[in-house]
Design a protein around this ligand. Sequence first.
Ligand code: DAH
Length: 342
Amino acid sequence: MNENSMKEKIEGIVKKALDSMNTTNSLDTLNEIRVAVLGKKGQLTAVLKGMKDVPLKERPKVGQMVNDARSSIAKTLKKVKEKLERDQLEQKLAMEVIDVTLPAKKAQVGKRHPNSITLEKVEQIFIGMGYEVIQGPEVEYALYNFEKLNIPANHPAKDEQDTFYITKNIVLRTQTSPCQVRVMEQGKLPIRMLSPGRVFRSDEVDATHSPSFHQVEGLVVDKHITFADLKGTLAQFARELFGPEIKIKFRPHYFPFTEPSAEMDVSCFKCTEKGCRFCQGSGWIEILGCGMVHPHVFEMCNIDPEEYTGFAFGMGLERIVLLKYEIDDMRLLYENDYRFLK
Ligand code: DAH
């Protein structure tokens, strides 16, 4: 190989490299060209390796040519690379451009759940009458949930169809009434307590049932407490909760842990006793169960029923919420649909 044919070859490599570098618009292709020409196994390196076939005195010249070619290609490589990178950046910025004239997205602020609002209202009413709010366990001894409340062994509520049993002796409480026993057993008298909380029953979900809902329990124990105290207290409660014009009515009922027992209805505030969908045409709506604490329950808690009397009541919180908010499906309270809660 002589100097001239080497020159031709080198020029050919340079021309081809410059052409393809100047026409590409991809950084990847650019890099491929760099490897193919300047790389360890590249075309220019191959030329250097072919130097042994060049006559000795021509070698410096050929070497110089290769170096020139190398630097010219490197220069173009750098220039094109910078341009492509600039283009790429501009493209990226153009894509990420922010339209500052767009209206901002409204941040959605949470609201309190109707259950919480209603429970707080109920608590405030009773706190105002001197009651203390206490919490009992949701996982409860069957003994407290049933036997100590005078609920006999063969009572249908104990049936596994209604009660979630954890073991034979431990249940998910089916009512908040066991809190009565827990407070009375502590033996600090008199008692004026309110105990709200979650209760559990193995019911199917429908518009008026759920396997888990909330009750609010109340208990008053003192000397000389009578049914008149019960009536006066609950009447005052109903007026504060539903409005001063509300009427109340007690219907005799049966609960194992109270004697006598009653259910309390309030006059339908929707139709004022004419009868509507809310009160199922009767003009009255049942809101709680109540009664005078059964002497046997007192005895099981070591309280002397000759000396002390008391009344108790229990209401379903969701029922009150549905009435207050005029909702007719309990599921709405649990599904946490933002549109509803709003
Ligand atoms: N625990 C009863 C229930 O779940 C409600 C109840 C009725 C509670 C009368 C009471 C009461 O304290 O005196 O149906």
